[in-house]
Each structure stands twice: as structure tokens, then as C-alpha cells.
Design a protein around this ligand. Structure first.
Ligand SMILES: Nc1ncnc2c1ncn2[C@@H]1O[C@H](COP(=O)(O)OP(=O)(O)OP(=O)(O)O)[C@@H](O)[C@H]1O
Length: 256
């Protein structure tokens, strides 16, 4: 028996498509993330990663297709679906005039959490992130890394079952990147499904149970790294370049 019960995927996309004007940015994407899984969402710039994630979390209405979180359709049952999900964008919006502790209270209110246990959970994250001493400073004065940590704290406060991150470790020092990696693994072990976009292949290799590769709005490969390597010992970088590159680009990359 799987530790998290029946493995109905927590995150599902079926035929998701998005057209901006005449541009088909996402062309019928099918994907799923199971409870407890960390899945890397890889693709070159402009491939459609952010657009897909924004449709999955209900920030963008798809032109076609369905997205569901924990069995709730994100368009038809947005409140139920959104209560289950957390999202950290690559440039998180934070209220600059609030301190980290005030932000924790603010997020607790937004998700209608019990204030005391939310505060306690918030303090645990501040401690983990080394921000206990700076929790009363205004977020506006936080560094990029500190902002990422505050955003993660706010997004994890309600214990989401589906967690989405856009480029979570960009601009972080190695220690902070490691910390975030550990926290994500911890969340996954508690059954949270995690989908994170990244273009840093090394991060995907080290952090993810499975990767999904998107190129020009279409999923072109999905599986564990072992499956993608399919017996060979190519690095994820080779696989990625081969799958997404024009052959000329790959030839250039191979020559480097
Ligand atoms: N609001 C918009 N209006 C018009 N076109 C858009 C809009 N947002 C994205 N696009 C286009 O859709 C395509 C996919 O963009 P998207 O941001 O989803 O890619 P991405 O994979 O997240 O890229 P990156 O790695 O550079 O962040 C691109 O061609 C982009 O120019």
C-alpha cells in the first residue's frame, strides 16, 4: 500500500492549451504529479512553462483543456482547488510595508487558518531559514534570497497538498538553495505533490524524482532520469539539448 493512500494524481492537466492572440503558447499539455512526488518542469526560454503553471493554479484561463488539483477542477471549483495549492513565482510579490511576521499573520488570515498554530508554523519556517532575528523587519528591505524564503513561508503556511514553484533556486547562495531543497523534500515526504519549473538541469537532476520536458508548447519527454537516459549514461543536459535543440544548436553545444 502506498503511504499516501490511493495514488490519484494530485495535479492533473488534460489537453491544456493557451493561445495569446495568434500565438499558441501551450498546445495541449497532459501531465500529472502524484502525492509525494517532486517533478521538474524543464524547457528552454519561452517553451510555455510559466503559462502552463499559471493555468494549473487558476491564474490564467486555458483556451482549451482541464486542470485539477486534488480532484477539484480549477475553473469550476476554484475555491476548493485553490485551498489545496501553494505557489511561489520567480519574482514573488510581497507587501513591502509588512514585516515577515505581519506577512505570516496576513497569509494566515487569507487562508482562514487558526492564528496561533499559523504563527507557530511561521516561526518554525523563520527559524529554519535563519530569519528569526529579522522577522520584524519590513519585507521591502529584504534581500532577494530572504524574499524567496519569506515567500516560501507564506506559501507553505496552509500546508498545501500541491505546490508550484517557478525557478525556486535562481539567485540563491548554495546554502539557501540546499535549505530549500531539503524543505521541498520534507514537504514531499508528507505527501505534497510538487511541480517546479527550472532551466537549471543540475537542480532537476539533484532534486526531482521525475522530469517533464516541454518545448514550443508541447511535452516532448517525461519520466525519471533513468528512463530518459534509457540505458545510456548521458547527462540530463545531453538529453535536454538533444530533445529541445535544433540539430545545429546541439552540434555547437557538443563542440563546446
Ligand atoms: N501575456 C502574454 N501575451 C502574449 N504572449 C505571451 C504572454 N505570456 C507569454 N507569452 C508567450 O508565450 C510563450 C510561452 O511563454 P512562457 O512564459 O510560458 O514560457 P516559459 O517556458 O515560462 O519561459 P521562460 O523560461 O523564459 O520563463 C512565449 O512565446 C511567450 O512570448
Amino acid at each position: 500500500m502506498h503511504p499516501h493512500g490511493h495514488t490519484q494524481p494530485m495535479i492533473i492537466a488534460q489537453g491544456l492549451a493557451k493561445q495569446y492572440g495568434t500565438t499558441l503558447a501551450v498546445k495541449g499539455v497532459d501531465l500529472h504529479v502524484n502525492p509525494g512526488e517532486i517533478v521538474g518542469f524543464l524547457g528552454p526560454n519561452g517553451a510555455g512553462k510559466t503559462t502552463t503553471i499559471k493555468m494549473l493554479i487558476g491564474l490564467l484561463r486555458p483556451t482549451a483543456g482541464l486542470a485539477s488539483i486534488g480532484g477539484f477542477d480549477i475553473q469550476r471549483q476554484p475555491l476548493q482547488a485553490k485551498a489545496l495549492l501553494g505557489y511561489v513565482p520567480d519574482q514573488p510579490y510581497l507587501p513591502e510595508k509588512l514585516s515577515a511576521r505581519e506577512y505570516i499573520d496576513f497569509m494566515a488570515g487569507l487562508y482562514q487558518l487558526d492564528r496561533r498554530s499559523a504563527r507557530q508554523r511561521g516561526e518554525e519556517f523563520l527559524h529554519l531559514f535563519g530569519l528569526t532575528e529579522r522577522g520584524d523587519e519590513l519585507l521591502g528591505g529584504y534581500s532577494h534570497g530572504m524574499r524567496q524564503k519569506a515567500a516560501l513561508t507564506g506559501a507553505l503556511l496552509h500546508q498545501p497538498r500541491a505546490f508550484f514553484l517557478d525557478e525556486p533556486t535562481v539567485g540563491l547562495d548554495p546554502r539557501s538553495a540546499r535549505l530549500i531543497k531539503d524543505i521541498l523534500r520534507q514537504q514531499a515526504e508528507r505527501g505534497t505533490a510538487i511541480l517546479m519549473s527550472t532551466h537549471i538541469l543540475e537542480i532537476a537532476e539533484r532534486m526531482c524524482d521525475r522530469v517533464i520536458i516541454i518545448n514550443k508548447g508541447t511535452i516532448i519527454a517525461a519520466g525519471s532520469l533513468e528512463e530518459l537516459r534509457a540505458g545510456g549514461d548521458s547527462s540530463l543536459e545531453d538529453i535536454f539539448l538533444n530533445l529541445t535543440g535544433d540539430s545545429a544548436d546541439v552540434a555547437i553545444a557538443e563542440a563546446l
